[in-house]
Design a protein around this ligand. Structure first.
Ligand code: BEZ
Length: 211
């Protein structure tokens, strides 16, 4: 069953490179990103895991834990780890789930049989402090993810969770945002003291409120 936005992220207990983890307990009160990669000892995955490791401080700064998964076992992940450090300039600094029996992959619908019937696709699930799924992304094996985009969307999710705003096309942290249509002009004056621009009655922009 596909996981949809707003669903509670399914809980599980799994073996990882950092020991046994109960997912919800491990998430704690913060945000989390669960992502799958197709296979250990493969080129794109090696660059992605290094890419996530290099940006760990950015996820930490956003109170967000990251955890990876493939259908390889923990012993394989542990052997592969040194290649990531050697070739990507960053040691693996977050847990990788060993999912050789596909238990978590099936729970999160990470195997798309018409793409590949045994390997996980490149799924991303961003989970909020309420344990609900805020964002899903799916990439094929042949396309590595863009970590800047994952951080960008996390910034948008965290901002829009706290303020009555939405983020426009190509928004990045620091850019103007859109005031939610549920907010009247009168309310906007108090909620957004930096002021707002009324481009259309339904399109009002304001400087990013948390800066
Ligand atoms: C890769 O990471 O390069 C890869 C993994 C599985 C299938 C194809 C490519």
């Amino acid at each position: 069953m596909a996981i949809r936005l707003g669903d509670v992220a399914p809980d599980f207990t799994a073996q990882t490179t950092e020991g046994t983890i109960n997912f919800h307990e491990w998430l704690g009160d913060g945000w989390g990103i669960l992502f799958s990669h197709p296979k250990d000892f493969t080129p794109v995955c090696t660059t992605e895991l290094g890419g996530f490791a290099k940006r760990k401080a950015d996820f930490d700064a956003r109170n967000t834990k990251i955890i990876g998964l493939s259908v390889d076992d923990v012993a394989s992940h542990n052997q592969w780890k040194s290649d990531i450090g050697e070739t990507q300039g960053a040691e693996l600094n977050f847990p990788l789930i060993g999912d050789e029996n596909h238990a978590v992959a099936d729970l999160y619908d990470m195997i798309h049989p018409n793409a590949n019937d045994t390997l996980t696709v490149r799924s991303v699930f961003i989970i909020g402090p309420d344990k609900k799924v805020k964002l899903t992304l799916t990439y094929p094996a042949s396309t590595g993810r863009n970590i800047d985009e994952i951080v960008r969307v996390l910034d948008s999710l965290q901002l829009t969770a706290s303020y009555s705003v939405a983020t426009p096309v190509n928004w990045t942290n620091g850019g103007d945002v859109i005031i939610a249509n549920s907010v009247s002009d009168e309310e906007a004056q108090t909620k957004f003291p930096k002021g707002f621009t009324k481009v259309k009655p339904y399109l009002r922009t304001t400087p990013q409120p948390n800066l």
